[in-house]
Design a protein around this ligand. Structure first.
Ligand SMILES: *Cc1c(COP(=O)(O)O)cnc(C)c1O
Length: 332
């Protein structure tokens, strides 16, 4: 195995840097999932993090790692989802300006949410690509600092602090289940976990529909996949054909990747609500979904990361009331 690009020391430094900015989220044990798996199952309740996802860790570390001059220039990103929310909040906490670029197609409630968090919102073009072009322009013309959602050393180290917490809370963890999209979370968590306890297995979980990292790992290099709507919308999007860090780290550090169907993800959301009394978005529920599917085997304790809770509440209600994961059933 090659040395990971982000070291345990980088992650420890990130933890010290962001300690006052993020919550140390609780770890609970699930009796019903433990019974099913035959080993203790612990749930890392990271959906309870400020802004509703772990993304605040990476965004906070990235902003706190800037020089004062860079911070004064302001940060910019094109995410309308959890990264955008996290970056807006983290920038506000540091007295910096975050500019979030989004396309005209982004629903008004998402725009309002990011504005409410204090960001300067720019609506440009009709696609995510055009929003990204505006980001590139602001970097080139205005000297703004781009903070990407996953493929960046400070972001990966920040997400890795979740791995440190997990190993403090469950030092004997044998298997850690990590939601996987661009791989910032999985790369950071795996670097922390394997740095502390090399024999612990780290498994990435993602949806069958449009799994870019899985397709890239299978191909041996970053590839593009068709994007399809999924209940796990936070797991959508590509990994970047010029991926610098997360592809290689996931290739070197992940023990396995499990793909989940839309019905399995719906079952995960439903079980989290009924059995654990937790409201999760699809991406946050893939750990529970994988355990329910019976496809995770482990000789010892399992930790599942519940990564986010930002789901439309109408959609959540339909799923809890029994809608399958089929797009027609979950559509409003
Ligand atoms: C971003 C996100 C993920 C995936 O993280 P990556 O670093 O892109 O792999 C998983 N769950 C939630 C809730 C997210 O917002």
């Amino acid at each position: 195995m090659q040395q990971p690009f982000i070291s345990l020391d980088d992650i420890r430094a990130a933890a010290a840097r962001i300690a006052g900015q993020i919550l140390r989220t609780p770890m609970t044990q699930s009796a019903s999932l433990g019974e099913l798996a035959g080993v203790p199952v612990h749930l890392k309740l990271e959906h309870q993090q400020t802004t509703g996802s772990f993304k605040l860790r990476g965004a906070s570390n990235a902003i706190l790692s800037l020089t004062p001059a860079e911070r004064a220039s302001g940060v910019v990103a094109a995410s309308t989802g959890n990264h955008g929310r996290a970056l807006a909040h983290a920038a506000k906490m540091q007295g910096a300006v975050a500019t979030i670029c989004m396309s005209r197609l982004v629903p008004e409630n998402k725009v309002a949410e990011i504005r409410r968090l204090g960001a300067d919102v720019r609506i440009v073009g009709n696609s995510q690509d055009e929003a990204q072009d505006e980001v590139d322009r602001l970097v080139a013309d205005k000297g703004k600092i781009m903070v990407p959602p996953f493929d960046h050393p400070s972001v990966i180290a920040g997400q890795g602090t979740l791995g440190l917490e997990i190993m403090e809370q469950v030092p004997e963890a044998d298997t850690v289940l990590v939601p996987l999209s661009g791989g910032g979370l999985a790369a950071g968590v795996a670097a922390a976990v394997k740095g502390l306890r090399p024999k612990t297995r780290v498994i990435g979980l993602t949806m069958e529909r449009g799994a870019a990292m899985k397709a890239s790992l299978d191909a041996g290099h970053p590839v593009q996949v068709e994007e399809l709507p999924s209940l796990a919308d936070s797991l959508g999007g590509g990994i970047g054909l010029h991926n610098a860090l997360t592809f290689a780290m996931c290739r070197d550090l992940l023990d396995d990747v499990i793909l989940l169907t839309e019905d399995e993800i719906a079952a995960g959301i439903r079980n989290a609500y009924a059995a654990e009394r937790e409201i999760l978005e699809g991406a946050g529920a893939v750990g529970i979904a994988a355990l329910l599917s019976g496809r995770v085997t482990s000789a010892g304790p399992i930790v599942a990361i519940l990564s986010g809770r930002n789901i439309d509440m109408g959609l959540h209600r339909r799923i809890v009331n029994g809608a399958s994961g089929a797009p027609a059933e979950v559509a409003a």
